[in-house]
Design a protein around this ligand. Structure first.
Ligand SMILES: [Ca+2]
Ligand SMILES: [Ca+2]
Length: 312
C-alpha cells in the first residue's frame, strides 16, 4: 500500500472508528452466556459464551475472567466473545476479585486463593474455615462474607482471617464504594458497613436476592438470580432504574472503556495514536477528551498520558 492509500485508509478508519465511551455492564450466569449492556441504558445484548456455569467474574488486561462453580477459570477475549484459555484452581469459585496484579478467588470450602492470572500459579491461600460466598478487597484488606452470616477480614499477604462483623442476612455478593464495605444478602437487603469497625452505616432494602453487585457512577447495581438488575443511589437507597438481563445472573461487572484504545480493537498501538491525532485535527468530538468543546493541546496531552498508562 502506498503512503497516500495508507493515509486514506487511516482517515476512513478514523471516521468509522468512533470509540465506545460508555461504561459496560457484563453479566453471566449458570448457562454460561455472557451478556453486556451500555451502563447508561441497561439494554442487554449477547457478548459471548463460556462452556461452564458462571459463578464469578473479573477483568484482566482487556479480557474477562469467568469462574465456574467447578473451579475452572475461563479467559474471554471480549472482541472474539469466546474463551482463549482455561485452567483449573484448587477450589470452587463463589466470588472473584482482581486486586493489584492478583486474582483472588473465594470458595465454599473456606479458603481464598491468590492467583497470578498470567502464570496461573497460586501464590497464597487464606483460610477462613467457613463457606465464603462474597469477596471484596480494598485498602489492602480482604473482606469475605460467609453463608453463616459471619464476615471475616485479613490483610492482603497475611493468612490471618479474623471475625470482622456479623451480617443481618446471608452474604451473596460484596463490593465497596472505596470507603465502606457493602454486602448483599440473599434475604434482599444490602448492608453498608464501616470498613474500620464493622458497624452498620446503612441498610438498603433491595427486594432482590443480591446474586451479584457492582458500583457504577456512585450507584449500586444489584442483581437477582432471576435476571432483574436494580440501580440504587448507594447512599439514600432510592431506586433509580430496573434492567432485565433476560436470564439468571450470578456474576456482574462494570467495565470502563479504555480511551487510549481509540479504535476499540482491544490492543494499544501506534494506530490508536494516529487515529486520535487525525480525529483531533478534524475536531471530531471523540478527540475532545475533557469535553470542554475545545480541541487544544491539553486533549493531546491527556490522550498521550492515557496511552502511556495503558489499559487494564
Ligand atoms: Ca487499538
Ligand atoms: Ca478539550
Amino acid at each position: 500500500m502506498n503512503r497516500t492509500a495508507r493515509l486514506a485508509s487511516l482517515f476512513a478508519l478514523a471516521c468509522l472508528g468512533t470509540p465506545a465511551l460508555a461504561d459496560t455492564i457484563y453479566v453471566a450466569g449458570p448457562d454460561g452466556i455472557l451478556m453486556k449492556a451500555d451502563a447508561n441504558t441497561g439494554v442487554f445484548e449477547f457478548a459471548g459464551v463460556c462452556s461452564g456455569p458462571v459463578s464469578a467474574m473479573a477483568k484482566h488486561q482487556g479480557d474477562l475472567l469467568l469462574a465456574d462453580s467447578n473451579g475452572f477459570i475461563y479467559r474471554i477475549d471480549l472482541n472474539l466473545g469466546f474463551p482463549t484459555d482455561a485452567w483449573s484452581v484448587p477450589s470452587n469459585c463463589t466470588d472473584m476479585v482482581m486486586y493489584g496484579d492478583s486474582l483472588y478467588i473465594s470458595g465454599s470450602l473456606g479458603s481464598v486463593l491468590r492467583v497470578n492470572p498470567l502464570t496461573k500459579q497460586v501464590s497464597d491461600t487464606y483460610y477462613a474455615h467457613d463457606d465464603i460466598r462474597a469477596l471484596s478487597i480494598f485498602n489492602n484488606t480482604i473482606y469475605a462474607g460467609a453463608n453463616s452470616t459471619a464476615i471475616y477480614r485479613t490483610t492482603v499477604g497475611f493468612d490471618g482471617f479474623e471475625m470482622f462483623t456479623a451480617c443481618g442476612g446471608q452474604p451473596r455478593s460484596a463490593t465497596t464504594d472505596g470507603t465502606d464495605l457493602l454486602v448483599g444478602a440473599q434475604q434482599g437487603i444490602v448492608y453498608r458497613f464501616d470498613a474500620t469497625n464493622g458497624n452498620y452505616t446503612a441498610t438498603i432494602s433491595v427486594g432482590v436476592d443480591c446474586s451479584a453487585m457492582a458500583m457504577h457512577d456512585g450507584d449500586l447495581l444489584v442483581s437477582d438470580s432471576s435476571g432483574i438488575i436494580k440501580r440504587f443511589n448507594a447512599h439514600t437507597g432510592a431506586l433509580k432504574a430496573t434492567y432485565n438481563a433476560g436470564f439468571r445472573v450470578n456474576a456482574m461487572l462494570v467495565v470502563a472503556p479504555c480511551v487510549a484504545d481509540f479504535n476499540g480493537d482491544g490492543s494499544l498501538n501506534s494506530l490508536d495514536v494516529l487515529l486520535f491525532l487525525n480525529a483531533w485535527t478534524n475536531k471530531h468530538e471523540s478527540a475532545d477528551l475533557d469535553g470542554n468543546g475545545v480541541h487544544d493541546t491539553l486533549d493531546v496531552l491527556n490522550f498521550l498520558n492515557l496511552y502511556n498508562a495503558g489499559c487494564n
